[in-house]
Every structure is written in structure tokens, then in C-alpha cells.
Design a protein around this ligand. Structure first.
Ligand code: FES
Length: 105
């Protein structure tokens, strides 16, 4: 079973918001999209742009550097110039706390 780390209280990450946390010395972007929480590596697979600063449309985030898009539910790459998926992490809510798995799916 995966280990989880608490990253925020639910009310600290309202719908439409995101935050970046360090888990096991890796940056992870955590999103609240309409009450659902998702987490992906905060490093674009194209040239290491910081994805969390990108525009989010539904569950698609566009890298602010060159525009590659990823699905934050799965980490799947959706458009060039990136061609490699990024790691996605399970997220759960326990007792009002948002917790992210310490290992990628
Ligand atoms: S660094 Fe993300 S598209 Fe280039």
C-alpha cells in the first residue's frame, strides 16, 4: 500500500487553486478541479518548465514555456512539443486533509 503525505487542509486548497509541494525531493503540483484533487510532477517532460504556473482548462494544463499540454488526472501528454508522459500521484482526503501518495502511480 502506498504511503501518503499531508500537503494541506482541504480549505487551504479551494476549487480552482493549486499548490506546489516537495515530496521526496521532487516538486509536485496539486490541483483542486471542481472539488476533485489531482497531483502530477511539476516538471514538464519537454524542457523542465514548471507546469503549475500554466493555464488550466478543465483537467488539461498547458506548460507556460512552450505550450505542451498534459492531463493532470493521468500525467498523459496531450500535445507537442512534449512527447513523454509525466508522473501522476494518487490523492486522497482524510479527516479534512489533502494527502498525496509518495510514489507515482
Ligand atoms: S518546457 Fe514545457 S513545453 Fe517546453
Amino acid at each position: 500500500m502506498a504511503d501518503y503525505v499531508t500537503v494541506a487542509q482541504v480549505d487551504e486548497l479551494p476549487a480552482g487553486e493549486r499548490l506546489v509541494v516537495e515530496i521526496n525531493r521532487k516538486w509536485v503540483a496539486v490541483f483542486n478541479v471542481g472539488g476533485e484533487f489531482y497531483a502530477v510532477q511539476d516538471i514538464c517532460s519537454h524542457d523542465e518548465g514548471e507546469l503549475a504556473e500554466g493555464e488550466l482548462h478543465g483537467c488539461e494544463i498547458a506548460c507556460p514555456r512552450h505550450g505542451a499540454r498534459f492531463d493532470i488526472r493521468t500525467g498523459k501528454v496531450l500535445s507537442a512539443p512534449a512527447f513523454v508522459d509525466i508522473p501522476a500521484f494518487d490523492v486522497r482526503v482524510v479527516d479534512g486533509l489533502v494527502q498525496v501518495a509518495t510514489r507515482k502511480r
